[in-house]
Write a protein of this length. Structure first.
Length: 369
């Protein structure tokens, strides 16, 4: 997201020998989306304090009526734009979630305090100590337990009365996302989280956690606990002050897009699956197009925290909701264009994504316009 494209090849070869670059066919622009629950979470602090949300939504190009649909989805770039618009409008990088605002520049100083560390574990420790100064409601700690490391985000002061309060949910989502993306950037590579236990009931938008955090996401813990390979803490910090300007360009808004689990090989796979539609690529054919074996594709997707099926289903979901939100689209035609040989299979899949039949979902969406 922030590093220049010229650095990506360098990053990719840091820990692995050079491999043949996947042949990615030209396809339409990435149409990744996020669940509307992340949008309402981002705005929840503003609403609690009676602050303006309409202006940032307008600046980001997000229609307010979308927020009323729990199954709605928003383009990823619009969500990133909203992130920045809220900060500019209210001067708070913490989105009015906390007792005191995080003034613009907080994220920059978090980065500057971490970039001089020798190893990633030290950098995360510095980040935790800095956050203790500016964010007294939450405490960040990193500890080793044999071959496993645990990044823990715990409440020092209660963020809300209810565990599932949108402000509280988004505060944990946001801080883990920020720390994970920062760690990936400092190490110069994607870092897989083995599992995350979140300290609140399963939210309605939890299906997206597999792309953003890990498919091994669970709920109901006492604190947020993310586990990862302890050896990752020994990785050298590969960034310096000269790299920081590129990373901070557009930050912290674009942090929402950096090192998502649909990046790198997963993103290449998504592009190939989209280009092949309405023909449905299987795992073996997709692996051949990416010049890897099926076993390697499965393993590398697993390392990125996702799977062939998860990427295929997310692509179909995003395309289905985008097309059915347009008047005049036939449900049967959309099903066929997405590679479903039987409309009944599409109906079952769509109901699993949204909780509604395609026709009912479309009537509700179009009825808000």
């Amino acid at each position: 997201m922030f590093p220049a494209d010229a650095n990506r090849a360098k990053i990719a070869t840091m820990d692995n020998p050079p491999v043949r670059k996947p042949a990615i066919r030209a396809v339409r622009p990435d149409r990744a989306t996020v669940a509307v629950g992340f949008v309402t979470g981002l705005l929840s602090g503003l609403r609690r304090r009676g602050l303006d949300a309409a202006g940032p939504l307008r600046e980001a190009g997000i229609e307010p009526h979308l927020l009323a649909d729990p199954a709605g989805r928003v383009p990823l770039d619009a969500y990133a734009a909203l992130y920045g618009a809220v900060i500019r409008a209210h001067g708070d990088e913490g989105f009015a979630l906390f007792a005191s605002p995080l003034r613009p520049g907080t994220f920059e100083f978090l980065c500057r305090g971490s970039v001089g560390a020798a190893r990633l574990g030290e950098a995360l420790d510095r980040a935790g100590r800095f956050l203790a100064l500016v964010l007294p409601e939450l405490r960040v700690t990193v500890a080793r337990d044999g071959p496993t490391a645990r990044l823990v985000i715990a409440e020092v002061r209660p963020l809300a009365r209810r565990a599932g309060d949108p402000c509280r949910v988004f505060a944990f989502e946001w801080l883990l996302r920020l720390l994970h993306a920062l760690a990936c950037w400092l190490a110069g590579r994607g870092l897989a989280l083995d599992a995350v236990r979140f300290p609140y009931p399963r939210p309605a938008h939890a299906a997206d956690y597999g792309l953003i955090y890990t498919e091994q996401s669970s709920f109901g813990g006492a604190a947020l606990e993310a586990t990862l390979d302890a050896a990752l803490l020994d990785l050298p910090v590969r960034r310096d002050d000269a790299d920081l300007a590129d990373f901070l360009e557009g930050a912290p808004g674009k942090i929402t897009m950096l090192y998502r689990r649909d990046r790198e090989l997963a993103r290449a796979l998504r592009a190939n699956l989209a280009a092949a539609l309405p023909r449905a690529l299987g795992l073996e054919e997709a692996a051949r197009e990416l010049h890897v074996s099926p076993r390697t594709l499965h393993r590398r997707l697993q390392e990125e925290g996702t799977s062939f099926r998860a990427i295929r289903d997310a692509l179909r979901r995003d395309l289905a909701t985008a097309r059915l939100a347009k008047p005049g689209e036939s449900v049967a035609r959309v099903a066929a264009e997405l590679g479903y040989s039987e409309p009944s299979a599409f109906f079952r899949a769509f109901q699993g994504w949204t909780g509604q039949a395609p026709s009912a979902w479309r009537r509700r969406v179009l009825g808000h316009r």
